[in-house]
Design a protein around this ligand. Structure first.
Ligand code: HAM
Length: 429
């Protein structure tokens, strides 16, 4: 058992992790050019934060949280998502004091105890952004455009946008009444969880995964028919801004999202080829107050990076691969090893990927290793080389060789040899 990763988790090892770094960099860069700054919050928070933030009738809180008592008897929970922690950090650190909007992003692991399947893990990685202090519909459109821009830069081809408005507490009062009436007529067919949610939060039934409840939910009243004038006007403007940008979207009146904090605009980014959402988000104008701050309109999105990577792999995206070793310096004997150690240090100071033998191996094994890591050039150091202060650098692809200094002129000679191998002009310093 101790040699296997826990169910629903995965290792990212060299060969894969470089691709992840590139993908994450695209999202971080997108956030930064839009004026967002990174927030790093703890992996665990007080359980109460998620009960209040995410909502105690959600699947996440009812079924999926990794909650435990620490040695001091406090109940803590591994974060199932990033928004609640970002709101807490924004309030606790008084980020609003510098004026609104406050724009944060994060790239974090999250934890949900789910039944593992394709695209559903127990530890998954999320990239998210949160914007605090604006109720303007242009901000909703801006966030959707930002996510799409990052998908585009990654070369993802089949990401859609599903859009809905789930209104505010005012318009939801009437809607909840209509939902209760509708679902009460089907009460005997609903699953146990949905039956228990009927009184507490009937909108959650719309998000149930049970096939029977899903089918019943298809005939349920639609929130879009119950929006108050302000919410309706907000939604129209969001759509107008997206139209102005030429963003294609699909209105999905059944989209309610799985977390309780949302108000007004909600959206998801479905991947057509994978058949599930790569991310989702929306407005949560009541959450900051719920967590103890002043009433503050806010919005954001979270993207499932494991799913984004799946989508990239599915369409055979070419990544540049790991950084390739430029020069491997093989050595024979202790004095030569020390020389190799110093020369590689000199190369590293100039950002040149290079390596030497750290395992005390013989020359043959060292050359085999150089082959395995696909070193572009090799240099062998022995007694003769140390005595003459010169050694032969070999181009592993063509077999051509040049003699270079391994003393003061080493770096300059090395660059000269590379220029000759690659057939470009090089002027020594
Ligand atoms: P969410 O839809 O629960 O929203 O999660 C965001 C994304 O995380 C999902 O669309 C999916 O790609 C990924 N995800 C969720 N659960 C799993 C899982 N078990 N395995 C793999 N990937 C998963 C949120 O978490 C909100 N905090 C998003 C947000 C930010 N809304 C406003 N601000």
């Amino acid at each position: 058992m101790i040699t296997k990763v826990p169910k629903g988790t995965q290792d990212l090892v060299p060969g894969k992790s470089e691709n992840w770094q590139i993908m994450e960099e695209v999202f971080k860069n997108e956030a930064e050019i839009n004026g967002f700054g990174e927030v790093r919050t703890p992996v665990f928070e007080h359980t109460e934060l998620f009960l209040r933030g995410v909502g105690d009738t959600t699947d996440v809180v009812e079924k999926q949280m990794y909650t435990f008592e620490d040695k001091g008897g406090r109940s803590v929970t591994l974060r199932p998502e990033g928004t609640a922690g970002a709101v807490r950090a924004m309030l606790e650190n008084g980020l609003f004091n510098a004026g609104y909007p406050v724009k944060l992003y994060y790239c974090i692991p999250c934890y949900r105890y789910e039944k593992p399947q394709a695209g559903r893990l127990r530890e998954f990685r999320t990239f998210g952004v949160e914007m605090f202090g604006t109720a303007e519909p242009v901000a909703d459109a801006q966030l959707i455009a930002m996510a799409l821009s990052a998908f585009r830069r990654l070369g993802l081809k089949d990401v859609g946008v599903q859009l809905n408005s789930i209104g505010c507490p005012k318009c939801r009062r009437e809607y909840h009444k209509a939902l209760k009436e509708y679902f009460t007529a089907h009460i005997n067919d609903l699953c146990d969880t949905c039956r228990s949610r009927l009184d507490r939060n009937p909108m959650r039934i719309l998000d149930c995964k049970s096939p029977v409840c899903k089918k019943i939910a298809q005939g349920a009243p639609k929130i879009t028919d119950y929006l108050c004038n302000d919410c309706r006007a907000h939604f129209e403007q969001v759509k107008g801004y997206l139209d102005a940008l030429g963003v294609a979207y699909e209105i999905d009146p059944g989209l309610v999202r799985g977390l309780d904090y949302y108000t007004r605009t909600v959206f998801e980014f479905p991947s057509k080829s994978l058949g599930f959402a790569l991310g989702g988000g929306g407005r949560y104008d009541g959450l900051v107050e719920e967590i103890g701050g002043q009433p503050t309109p806010a919005l954001g999105f979270g993207l499932g990076l494991d799913r984004v990577m799946m989508a990239l792999e599915e369409q055979h995206t070419e990544f540049p691969g790991p950084i390739r070793c430029e020069l491997f310096i093989a050595s024979m004997g202790k004095a030569a090893l020390e020389k190799a150690f110093l020369l590689v240090d000199e190369l590293h100071k100039c950002d040149i990927p290079s390596d030497f033998d750290q395992c005390g191996r013989g020359l043959k094994a060292q050359m085999k290793y150089a082959d395995r890591i696909k070193a572009r050039y090799t240099l062998v150091l022995g007694e003769n080389e140390l005595a003459s202060g010169r050694a032969e650098i070999k181009d592993m692809a063509t077999g051509s060789k040049r003699t270079i200094s391994i003393e003061e002129d080493f770096f300059d000679d090395y660059l000269g040899a590379v220029a000759a191998f690659e057939d470009f002009e090089y002027e020594a310093f």
